[in-house]
Design a protein around this ligand. Structure first.
Ligand SMILES: *Cc1c(COP(=O)(O)O)cnc(C)c1O
Length: 406
């Protein structure tokens, strides 16, 4: 990892030497370039712009676009976050954005041209579909949606103008798993890049680039922060692709704030511990729910009953903190369970240390027609849970209170 600092001279011993260190060390130390103050933790740089020692230096800096100029382009705290997430994903470069959706916008607007085509899993985040269909389509970029597990459908959807395949694995909320190496092969045979939204597992549990994917996007809002404090996002990939994404970002401006970058740096330090603990708790909760008489079905790739459990085991280190289940009955029974909780937060957000509960059919997937929902497998009796770090017995008791009433 480069230890080039933009802060002038500092004893090299005071910079982190990250040669040949492991991922756990990168999560805590990558990206931090100490200033001459030799601060221990990362500093926040709440500054809109940076000053130059002369007109000549300003001209040189603007011409090269390297180094600090203006915080819409880059900022030392934001850069530290970018370097840390790139290190964790095993990528050449990361570009931080104001939100997960800003990451998807910067990726597509930076890399695609009018007339280009995307093939997208039909099981992706709702705003991703809205952005592709309502906004990219206005500018002549079209999207075809396919069943993510149906490789024949991916192949058939490719046209001469297809540039990107876009997936989430596991999907939300039904935990469908996409075989990343197999889909990467199909993409590359067609001259297409594979983009993975790695929000649900994070690099702590799944590294798509090492499996053949070309680009990763994250909503940092979820597990990278992990504590429900900030909105942010990031795009990760090779230098050439990220230069295109960055060129869009620095012009259009959906940049990450330095304060948020600092919060995300703190979040990354505990990412692995949280992901492991939340995955273990989710597996235990899923197993308990599967045996519950009021529960008709559980969706979690860690369960042996999951149809793609073997694939999940192969490409993931664990199964993540999000699960979904159907209760006996319909919407009324699902709402009863949700409304009977006293501890769990009723919210659409996920990836927090606090357990959250949501009814997808009337919230995250509420804009879909009943028919489209049925086709996507989102039942009215479905409940999604993002397991936090509370004592699991307290969470089980909170869910059981409503289950006993239906
Ligand atoms: C939340 C989410 C996004 C969007 O991220 P924001 O930070 O809310 O803009 C994208 N993809 C997935 C899978 C998400 O859960």
């Amino acid at each position: 990892m480069s230890s080039q600092s933009s802060f002038g001279s500092l004893d090299p011993r005071l910079q982190n030497d990250l040669t040949d260190v492991e991922m756990d060390t990168l999560a805590v130390r990558a990206g931090h370039m100490r200033t001459p103050e030799a601060e221990h933790a990362e500093a926040i740089f709440p500054t809109s712009s940076f000053v130059f020692s002369s007109a000549q230096e300003a001209a040189t800096r603007f011409a090269s676009a390297e180094g600090n100029i203006y915080s819409r382009f880059t900022n030392p705290t934001v850069r530290a976050f970018e370097q840390r997430i790139a290190a964790l994903e095993g990528a050449e470069r990361a570009v931080a954005t104001a939100s997960g959706m800003a990451a998807i916008m910067s990726l597509t607007c930076g890399m695609l041209e009018q007339g280009d085509h995307i093939v997208c899993s039909r099981s992706v985040f709702g705003s991703t579909i809205s952005f592709f269909d309502k906004y990219l389509a206005k500018f002549g970029i079209t999207t075809t949606y396919v069943d993510p597990k149906d490789f024949a459908a991916w192949k058939e959807a490719v046209t001469p103008t297809t540039r990107l395949f876009f997936i989430e694995t596991p999907s939300n909320p039904l935990a469908e798993i996409v075989d990343v190496p197999a889909l990467a092969d199909i993409a590359h045979a067609a001259g297409v890049k594979l983009v993975v939204d790695n929000c649900f597992l994070t690099p702590a549990l799944q590294q798509p680039l090492a499996m053949g994917a070309d680009i990763i996007i994250h909503s940092a809002t979820k597990y990278l922060d992990g504590q429900g404090r900030c909105i942010g996002g990031v795009v990760v990939g090779n230098h050439d692709d990220m230069e295109k994404v960055f060129a869009f970002l620095r012009t259009a401006g959906p940049s990450m704030s330095p304060f948020n970058a600092w919060v995300f740096l703190k979040g990354l330090e505990t990412l692995k511990l949280r992901m492991e603990a939340q995955s273990a708790a989710a597996l235990e909760l899923a197993t308990w729910l599967e045996a519950h008489p009021k529960v008709s079905r559980v969706y979690y790739s860690g369960l042996e009953s999951h149809p793609q459990h073997a694939l999940a085991r192969k490409q993931q280190k664990a199964f993540g903190g999000v699960l979904a289940f159907e209760v006996q009955g319909g919407q009324a029974q699902a709402w009863k369970v949700i409304d009977s909780t006293r501890l769990i937060s009723i919210t659409g957000n996920l990836g927090d240390t606090r357990t959250t509960i949501t009814h997808p059919a009337t919230t995250t997937h509420g804009k879909m027609s009943a028919e489209a929902r049925a086709q996507a497998g989102i039942a009215d009796s479905l409940i999604r849970i993002s397991v936090g770090l509370e004592a699991l017995d307290d969470i089980k008791r909170d869910i059981n209170r409503g289950l006993e009433l239906i």
